[in-house]
Design a protein around this ligand. Structure first.
Ligand SMILES: C[S@@+](CC[C@H](N)C(=O)[O-])C[C@H]1O[C@@H](n2cnc3c(N)ncnc32)[C@H](O)[C@@H]1O
Length: 298
């Protein structure tokens, strides 16, 4: 019996050793085809003293300064203490025990803020692989046990989730979408409390000869929706995605919506209490504001 076991174990050991040797040979020699051009798995090892900074440096493209608890340096944007999110939370009221859907967390700065307010569950849906990994690193470094990061398209999430959230937070995402009108419709079915920070179109805030209009492609389209005429315009990233810090949407064809039409649409979707803040017509990328929309009747 013992002998049989030890023979089997020895055989398994030999097989594993042979397998590893073959992989090592392929990587060291002509094995670049295993993992693509000139793969060098040894370069993936970090040989210094383990540290938060090692974790941060393992993924490129950081945009945001990390919360102090992280003990490491990321990017330059101070979004973990963003006054827009403080305002959104103040409009909603206490998040203690709340379920929250966060759209496009990027590097979990806002997730961190929502978490600190006591949310019981934050589903944070991020489509960009690098951003998703950066979120996981922040989660590990600062501890966000109630946040669950999901890699994929939040439009599909909204279409398929059975959850009705206490609050949905969508900062910097609406103007990256191909169909913002139907997206607002879908969001309105999944919450009674919605926060958006978004760019918008407005002819007075950004007239025809405004330099910021050069990124638009084609003219204004009018979509008939729910007895409303909603004006949208197509925009392109013009290759901005070649940088690891890119934090746009999934398609070069993304649509911006007119400010007043967005507000009308929110009203038509049943949000009877719509509040505005942080209106900035001089933002370098185009006019922007915060909108908090809720159903006061529920
Ligand atoms: C401009 S950044 C905004 C980041 C953060 N919410 C903020 O306000 O600072 C947009 C984020 O949404 C993500 N994103 C855009 N479209 C998405 C989609 N359809 N599904 C999931 N994530 C998306 C991007 O990858 C990026 O992380």
């Amino acid at each position: 019996m013992f002998e049989r076991i030890s023979k089997t174990t020895a055989g398994a050991r030999t097989a594993i050793a042979d397998g590893l040797r073959r992989v090592a040979d392929r990587i060291a020699g002509s094995g670049s085809e295993v993992l693509g051009e000139k793969a060098n798995l040894l370069a993936e090892y970090v040989t210094s003293m383990p540290s938060p900074q090692n974790a941060v440096d393992s993924v490129p493209g950081w945009n945001m300064v990390l919360p102090p608890e992280a003990g490491a340096t990321g990017g330059t944007g101070y979004y973990f203490c963003d006054p827009r999110i403080e305002w959104a939370i103040s409009q909603h009221g206490s998040l203690a025990g709340a379920t929250v859907l966060e759209l496009g967390p990027l590097e979990a700065s806002h997730t961190y803020m929502l978490h600190r307010q006591g949310a019981a569950l934050i589903d944070a849906v991020e489509a960009n692989r690098l951003a998703f990994l950066r979120c996981l690193i922040v989660k590990e470094l600062v501890g966000l046990p109630n946040a669950k990061f999901h890699l994929g398209d939040f439009v599909k999430w909204i279409e398929n989730t059975p959850t009705h959230y206490d609050m949905i937070v969508g900062s910097g995402v609406l103007y990256h979408l191909q169909d913002p009108i139907n997206f607002i419709e879908m969001l309105s079915r999944k919450t009674n409390s919605l926060y958006l920070w978004t760019h918008f179109l407005d002819d007075a805030a950004m007239p025809e000869d405004d330099r910021r209009r050069t990124v638009f492609v084609g003219g204004v389209e009018t979509i008939r929706h729910r007895d409303l005429d909603i004006r949208i315009i197509r925009r392109s990233y013009h290759n901005a995605w070649t940088n690891a810090t890119f934090c746009g949407g999934l398609s070069d064809n993304h649509m911006w919506i007119y400010r007043d039409d967005l507000l009308k649409l929110l009203g038509a979707c049943g949000f009877d209490d719509v509040r505005i803040a942080h209106e900035d017509h001089q933002h370098p990328n185009g006019p922007a504001f915060s909108v908090y929309a809720r159903r006061a009747s529920v």
